[in-house]
Design a protein around this ligand. Structure first.
Ligand SMILES: Cc1cc2nc3c(=O)[nH]c(=O)nc-3n(C[C@H](O)[C@H](O)[C@H](O)COP(=O)(O)OP(=O)(O)OC[C@H]3O[C@@H](n4cnc5c(N)ncnc54)[C@H](O)[C@@H]3O)c2cc1C
Length: 355
């Protein structure tokens, strides 16, 4: 069973107080925000926390793009979601209805030309990793990705070799310094009762009169094809149930779907399960998949290869079910059960209350 290391706990609980005040300077930061259904995603709130840890007396703006009422609703939500935020910039345009990376990168470039931020930060989600490096290329700077700790406004720590080593780097480039940050390393704020009724940031609309298909966005959105699912989003879910090659077939993964339904959980998978065609690759957790850190991570038939652990080892509680008592997953698990998942899952389904 695992023992949490001081470094992983301290990075999890990292807060703005870790940078001495003398090292802080007046800077302006833009956070590129992600939202869905009128709600700003928790990973963005972590990115704002990261911005606040660079300098908490600065000006932090969040850029929300999209179109229509759900964007305006997300702007109101953002304005009251994080005490470190001072401004919500709303980019409302039909070209931005879908998060098309090329167009959004153009938007970041466009806003930066006008506002000259010192930092541009977003979360290390698929969204952030798709857009920020493109925007960095347009701005001719080199981004730093997957930041887990900010110990000085220009010094950043990021995992390398599938999380087996940490690399600390100093940014010596021109402004803006562009970062993607791991949501799991920067806590979202817990608002007091008074704060939860407050508005922290002013909302302003970005003037997009020059933003047209002719000048921005070489790509045009055609359509999205994805299975409709009511399951919580894998990266932001509080509970994740993951299946590995031990599940043996796509049919058997339906057992996990049923279990996930009872636990209001997201379903994840190992690369071996994805490669075997059991599930779609957007469920893959790990070095080349999604990075998750839910409150509860339950792994069925997962061996615990380092590339998989790189995507889930920061989960608060890890439960592993494997028939091999020597499986490496047990070294990181808080609770382990040596057993056959085809016995364990039906038993769990039977014992969990009917929804
Ligand atoms: C560059 C690179 C990047 C990679 N990126 C990723 C990544 O992002 N994510 C990822 O997951 N992997 C990744 N991998 C692959 C990784 O190395 C492993 O091959 C993969 O994670 C193994 O998946 P698995 O645990 O499902 O399969 P296996 O290693 O085959 O393990 C299956 C486990 O199921 C158990 N089992 C079998 N039957 C049962 C049963 N009935 N009941 C209970 N337990 C059972 C077995 O004991 C075994 O431990 C990457 C590899 C490389 C080289």
């Amino acid at each position: 069973m695992r023992k949490r290391t001081i470094s992983s706990v301290s990075s999890y609980l990292f807060s703005s107080t870790s940078i001495p005040c003398s090292m802080r300077r007046l800077i302006s930061t833009l956070v590129l925000g992600e939202h869905k259904g009128g709600i700003v995603k928790p990973s963005c709130l972590s990115a704002i926390s990261a911005a606040g840890s660079i300098c908490n007396d600065n000006s932090i703006s969040i850029l929300l793009a999209g179109s229509g009422p759900s964007l305006q609703k997300a702007a109101s939500h953002a304005a009251s979601s994080h005490p470190s935020l001072s401004q919500v910039l709303v980019a409302d345009n039909d070209l931005l209805t879908h998060p098309l990376a090329e167009t959004w990168a153009d938007l970041v470039h466009f806003v930066q030309q006008k506002e000259k931020y010192s930092y541009i930060i977003t979360s290390s989600s698929s969204f952030g990793k798709n857009i920020l490096p493109r925007a960095a290329a347009l701005l001719n700077v080199s981004p730093i990705t997957d930041v887990i700790e900010i110990s000085d406004p220009k010094v950043f720590t990021r995992p390398i070799y599938a999380g087996n080593a940490l690399s600390t780097v100093r940014y010596n480039g021109l402004d803006p310094c562009m970062l993607t940050v791991r949501a799991t390393s920067f806590a979202t704020p817990t608002l007091s009762l008074k704060e939860s009724n407050s508005t922290f940031a002013a909302i302003s609309q970005v003037d997009l009169s020059e933003f047209t298909q002719e000048t921005f966005g070489k790509s045009k959105w055609i359509k999205k094809s994805s299975p409709n699912t009511e399951r919580p989003d894998l990266v932001n879910a509080r509970v994740v149930v993951t299946g590995g090659r031990g599940l043996k077939s796509a049919e058997n993964f339906k057992l996990l779907e049923t279990l996930a339904g009872k636990l209001d959980a997201a379903v994840g998978a190992t690369r071996a399960a994805v490669d075997a065609g059991f599930v779609a690759n957007d469920l893959q957790v790990g070095q080349t998949g999604k990075i998750v850190a839910p409150e509860l991570y339950i792994a069925f038939g997962v061996s615990g290869a380092i590339q998989h652990l790189a995507g889930m080892r920061d989960s608060k509680i890890i439960v592993a079910i494997n028939k091999d008592s020597d499986a490496p997953i047990f070294q990181v698990a808080d609770y382990g059960l040596v057993g056959d998942l085809f016995d364990v899952i039906p038993e769990l389904l039977e014992k969990l209350p009917v929804d």
